[in-house]
Design a protein around this ligand. Structure first.
Ligand SMILES: Nc1ncnc2c1ncn2[C@@H]1O[C@H](COP(=O)(O)OP(=O)(O)OP(=O)(O)O)[C@@H](O)[C@H]1O
Ligand SMILES: [Mg+2]
Length: 319
């Protein structure tokens, strides 16, 4: 069993620290993602979700860098790769989906040419336009686009935001990646089209076995997709485990507060969590949530203990 799951491990992050100068944003972050697994990372704005995700494939902002830790993709260290090697992995073995498809698309290029450029880049320019069109068309058909030819012949500005994001999802698959990293892929969309994008991603997982690591502050989207859920606060993962366990039997006071603030998930009236996440220049020792936590005690000023087991753990002193 252990052997099987090791073989299936696509990405392994160990004790990752990411930050700028002497300030740490992401702290002691560890995660394994396996083939066919969807992991959702939730947390309020400013908790370090994007900083963590972007650092995996070298997309960090200029002033931000990995301070320590390991990131292995099929056992090969991504940290030891230079920007050229990382660029070649991105869009090939690992795809990154941004919040807004505008980051993915060139506005003056038809959708078919965008697919072609992506394929060409990863085949050292040897791609064939006709083959690429055929594969792109098949992909759109598989993902239930109604008029794939029309879509391929369109410019992004002629299509809706939802349609563009579904195309961005399809395009992320053109080189058959083993891992998709998605940063708020549905947040810029109307609720009615969010579910179409979610469905598209889940179909891809079912058909290809691609692993998906997705960050979002939309807990409903994560609840509808994820096998495992991680909750980030103050740059740390404070609770992690089987999605149903974390969302229905949450143990960390922050997770509970976050879920209480979501109307559809809670039986009570929605509340907002009082206070704001810590600023990273001010992060103190001990539990990052202690200043907003209703259960805070003196011992929370010391490093919280890990409780639970591998299928559901949380970082808190409270028993
Ligand atoms: N390039 C940067 N320079 C300075 N500080 C940064 C930079 N990038 C991130 N930060 C700091 O890290 C914090 C976390 O940012 P990040 O974008 O990772 O949060 P997030 O969880 O993705 O939030 P959101 O839900 O709003 O996308 C920010 O609040 C900011 O304090
Ligand atoms: Mg973000």
């Amino acid at each position: 069993m252990t052997l099987l799951s090791n073989l299936d491990t696509v990405l392994k992050i160990n004790n990752l620290y990411v930050g700028l100068k002497d300030m740490t944003i992401v702290k002691d972050f560890s995660l394994d993602i396996h083939k066919r697994e969807i992991i959702g990372i939730v947390g309020e704005s400013g908790c370090g979700k994007s900083t963590m995700l972007k650092s995996i494939v070298g997309l960090s902002d200029n002033n931000v860098s990995i301070q320590k830790g390991k990131i292995d993709f099929h056992g090969v260290s991504l940290r030891s790769m230079d920007q050229n090697q990382l660029r070649s992995i991105r869009g090939n073995k690992i795809s990154f989906i941004f919040q807004k498809p505008d980051y993915t698309f060139d506005p003056v290029m038809k959708v078919k040419s965008q697919f072609f450029e992506t394929v060409k880049f990863h085949t050292d320019g040897k791609a064939n336009k006709k083959d690429c069109y055929k594969r792109s068309r098949e992909l759109l058909e598989q993902l239930h686009f109604e008029a794939p030819d029309e879509v391929l012949e369109s410019y992004p500005f002629e299509l809706s935001g939802g349609m563009n994001q579904r195309i961005a999802v399809a395009m992320s698959m053109i080189n058959e990646p083993e891992l998709i990293l998605a940063d708020e892929p549905t947040s810029a969309l109307d609720v009615s089209v969010q579910s179409q994008v979610v469905r598209t991603l889940m179909e891809l997982r079912d058909k290809t076995g691609v692993a998906i690591l997705m960050v979002s502050h939309n807990i409903n989207v994560i609840a509808s997709m994820a096998d495992m859920v991680g909750v980030m606060y103050g740059g740390r993962m404070v609770e992690y485990g089987d999605a149903r366990e974390v969302l229905q039997k949450s143990r960390h006071p922050y997770t509970k507060a976050l879920l209480d603030a979501v109307p559809a998930m809670s039986q009570t009236m929605p509340e907002s969590i009082e206070g704001a996440p810590p600023r990273f220049s001010e992060i103190l020792q001990g539990c990052p949530f202690r200043e907003r936590c209703p259960f805070s005690e003196n011992k929370c000023e010391t490093e919280p203990a890990i409780q639970g087991d591998a299928s559901h753990w949380w970082l808190c002193h409270k028993q």
